[in-house]
Write a protein that binds this ligand. Structure first.
Ligand SMILES: *Cc1c(COP(=O)(O)O)cnc(C)c1O
Length: 390
């Protein structure tokens, strides 16, 4: 028997559900028409596209015309920020944006570019020790010329769920469009845009057992928006480019399946996650949970271990057959501590030793027990080696 690999990096990406692959298959080979074509090949593709749009709209509780399909979560974040910022400035409403300081780079670096290259002003909201935004801070940051607020639904690095509905109420009372990056919440948390009160929302299929390279941007009817990708009139002029029908069918199928099993699967993941958190905090000295202790994603466990290098720990775990992450796939490869952990006030010698374990459908109790055996040894060994080096 070979080694059983344990995948604990579902916040980076998930495997595609075989039922999703099956649903996508015909759109590569048989129903290959361009959904913009008039003939029967095109019409068959357009039917699948519009059915997928209705599926997504039903889960979001919105009108199908408010659903825009994009090429990724990153693209949706880019379109939301630039699309609204440029439209608002063009209408003379101002040039001030508010984003949280713990956003994914897709939002953070877009905000920074709007600031540095396009002359917008950005307020980066602070977070508390759990990585949570205080809605009162949002209220205080609003100015007469504020044109967009963007706060993520759940954080990818530390799993904290933000008080989105409260922030949305504050934004709406002041007439300011509110975007949320809901990529980590997709398939796990309530996505009803009216209960949440959001005007724009980003999703990405590969985070909920769908294919990579396909996303959603929900845009509430009447939200100021300037198309960022111009070309043909696809997606009602909001995102040009020949539509990725197979990917979109995959996205809609994956979201529907995730929605159907959401409650039972979340309960199962929560049990495994709590066992993992409790076990690690008991067995590893100088370990801390990062992110909120209760307001966190059901599959998400994240830690810091004082005095170790998170990247070295990942390699040690990989050798033992465990795939994990330091927090954000996009920042791996660099030895600096995560900006998110620093924004939460963690000292440098803790922040460099971060580990994120994110559970998914394939994980079992046995996986958790294996991690609880392997991890304490790995951390102890890294600390010993460091003591020798010094
Ligand atoms: C993964 C992720 C993204 C990027 O989505 P892609 O489809 O991979 O581009 C954006 N925001 C958050 C919170 C994410 O976790």
């Amino acid at each position: 028997m070979g080694m059983r690999w344990i995948y604990l990096d579902h916040s980076a990406t998930t495997p595609v559900d075989p039922r999703v692959v099956e649903a996508m298959q015909p759109y590569f080979t048989e129903i290959y028409g361009n959904s913009a074509s008039i003939h029967r090949f095109g019409r068959a593709a357009a039917r699948a596209l519009e059915e997928s749009r209705r599926t997504v709209a039903e889960i979001l509780g919105c009108h199908p015309t408010e659903v825009v399909f994009t090429g990724s979560g990153t693209e949706s974040d880019n379109l939301a920020l630039r699309g609204v910022a440029f439209a608002q400035r063009r209408a003379g409403r101002g040039h001030h944006l508010i984003v949280s300081s713990v956003e994914h780079h897709a939002v953070l670096n877009t905000a920074r570019q709007l600031e540095e290259v396009f002359g917008f002003e950005v307020t980066y909201l602070p977070v508390d020790e759990y990585g949570m935004v205080d809605p009162d801070e949002v209220g205080r940051a609003i100015r007469k010329d504020t044109i967009l607020i963007s706060v993520m639904y759940a954080n990818n690095e530390v799993g904290t769920i933000q008080p989105i509905a409260e922030i949305a109420r504050i934004a709406r009372a002041r007439g300011i469009p509110f975007h949320t990056d809901a990529v980590q919440a997709g398939g796990m948390l309530d996505l009803d845009v009216n209960r949440l009160g959001v005007d724009l929302m980003t999703l990405s299929a590969h985070k909920f057992y769908g294919p990579k390279g396909v996303g959603v941007l929900y845009i509430r009817q009447g939200t100021p928006y300037l198309p960022v990708i111009t070309g043909g009139g696809h997606e009602r002029g909001r995102r040009a480019g020949t539509v990725n029908v197979a990917g979109i069918v995959g996205l809609a199928t994956a979201l529907r399946l995730a929605q159907e099993s959401r409650e039972s699967e979340n309960a199962r993941l929560r049990r495994l996650r709590d066992r993992l958190i409790q076990g690690i905090l008991e067995r590893v000295p100088e370990a801390r949970l990062t992110g909120h202790p209760t307001e966190r994603l059901p599959h998400h466990a994240s830690f810091v271990f004082r005095g170790i290098n998170g990247e070295e720990l990942l390699l040690a775990l990989d050798v033992e057959g465990i795939a994990a992450s330091t927090g954000s796939a996009c920042t791996s490869g660099r030895p600096e501590p995560s900006e998110v952990l620093l924004a939460m006030g963690l000292p440098h010698e803790w922040a460099v030793g971060s580990l994120r374990l994110t559970l998914g459908k394939s994980n079992t109790e046995e996986d958790i027990e294996t991690v609880l055996e392997v991890l304490p040894r790995a951390v102890a060994r890294l600390r010993e080696m460091q003591a020798i080096e010094v």
